[in-house]
Design a protein around this ligand. Structure first.
Ligand code: NIG
Ligand code: FE
Length: 410
């Protein structure tokens, strides 16, 4: 997958090497080529035998809400009994019920509940993931989530790219005053996050700022206000748009040079054109309509025809899609976005890395990049997508370190 992000119909160029080898030193890829040539050139290096496996770049999950506490199994049952996601949200459930749980938790509890999910993601081959806050909805509680993300990034093998999603929902204390909460986000939370970050995150780049632009959450004007304020403060941007209703969020993302616009189910042709003429990546989340048992998925084929850079992600969250597994997102993308396995794999690696501005570091197997690799126990890369419901990862290699996952007993 060398050569950068794959725009539009260029998606799916794997650059497959049969009987290949990768030379790694100090966690960085040095050389990629055929085994024969590499063994001749480097006869005495330590070897890890990957024969019989498909070796891919570590999967990149560019949209997750993986850090939360509690669960919403009761709501899942309510949806099956006929209530919609937006109805449950309107009645004080949904995101806000996870917010109540997070507000009562300290950083240690948030870290300990989230850790097992991040390990499961890693065991399924995700070596880098974006993670959003958004279950605190007050400066204090949001900062606890950011702190948990930084701790988990430090202590877990998976690399985490943080996003501040203070505008994920309207908290109960602002129920009838969305403009009031929007003002709080702009005037206090964004500057507060920036200040906290500069004090606590060392030299790390500022996190992304995201907003849920949707009926029942933030309208287009409020979303614009939040993103423009964030941009002025120097934050890179993302948006949740067109999950249920089309409010124009995707075009706003393109206009503001956001790194990505995500969900994009009911996206209009003109929004797709705006994305196609921009550097903003479209991140489709096929686990979400699947998780909600909805019929409609992103119009991926039109996106590719219009030159959009397409990525996929799990959207792992307690409400709509509790799925740690990018392999399953790939399987759904093949069926419902009609991507070929090669296209879905590129959308889950190099394009996903581009969606979180990590394409210089991860997303492909090429010299100079981090040695993040997954050995899949499959005879042909097309088995990813084709097969689903089990973990096909055999070994995960992160920054050159080898983590055995399964199939080591025999
Ligand atoms: O991406 N759409 C908003 N946020 C999440 C759902 C979060 C939740 O229900 O807890 C999503 O689907
Ligand atoms: Fe989301």
């Amino acid at each position: 997958m060398r050569g950068g992000a794959q725009r539009g119909l260029a998606l799916g160029n794997l650059g497959l090497i049969e009987n290949g080898a990768v030379l790694v030193q100090d966690g960085i890829i040095q050389e990629v080529g055929s085994s024969d040539a590499m063994l001749r050139k480097h006869p005495s290096e330590d070897k890890f035998d990957a024969s019989g496996f498909v070796v891919l770049p570590g999967l990149v999950d560019p949209h997750t809400h993986a850090v939360w506490v509690g669960d919403r199994a009761r709501e899942f049952e309510m949806r099956l009994q006929g209530k919609s996601y937006l109805e449950i949200m309107e009645a004080g459930g949904g995101i806000v019920s996870t917010v109540k749980a997070v507000r009562q938790s300290n950083v240690a509890q948030i870290v300990s509940e989230s850790r097992s999910r991040l390990r499961t993601m890693f065991e399924h081959g995700t070596t880098t993931a974006e993670v959003k806050t958004g279950y605190g909805l007050s400066l204090d509680a949001e900062l606890r989530l950011l702190e948990a993300i930084l701790i988990l990034d430090e202590t877990e093998a998976i690399d985490l790219i943080p996003t501040f999603l203070g505008a994920h929902a309207v908290p109960p204390e602002f129920k009838n005053d969305v403009d009031g909460y929007t003002r709080l986000v702009c005037d206090e939370m964004l500057p507060g996050v920036k200040k906290w970050w500069q004090k606590n995150a060392g030299s790390r780049k500022l996190p992304f700022v995201d907003v849920f632009c949707e009926t029942g959450a933030f309208n287009l004007a409020q979303s614009r206000r939040i993103l423009e304020t964030a941009k002025q403060l120097g934050f890179p941007l993302k948006i949740h748009a067109d999950e249920f209703d089309n409010l124009g969020g995707a075009s706003l993302a393109a206009e503001l040079h956001a790194a990505s616009a995500d969900h994009l189910v009911v996206t209009s042709s003109s929004d797709i054109e705006a994305l196609g003429n921009s550097e903003t990546v479209a991140v489709s989340l096929p686990c979400t309509p699947f998780g909600l048992a909805e019929k409609e998925y992103s119009p991926a084929q039109e996106m590719l025809e219009k030159g959009v850079t397409l990525a996929i992600a799990t959207d792992i969250n307690p409400g709509t899609a509790w799925c740690e597994n990018m392999q399953f997102a790939i399987a759904l993308a093949c069926r419902y976005l009609k991507l070929t396995p090669a296209q879905a794999i590129a959308a889950a690696t190099i394009n996903a890395a581009f969606a979180i501005s990590q394409n210089q570091r991860v997303g492909s197997i090429e010299p100079g990049k981090q040695a993040d690799l997954v050995l899949f126990d499959i005879p042909d890369y097309r088995h990813l997508g084709y097969r689903f419901g089990v973990n096909l990862a055999h070994t995960v290699i992160k920054k050159g370190k080898i983590y055995p996952i399964r199939g080591y007993d025999d």
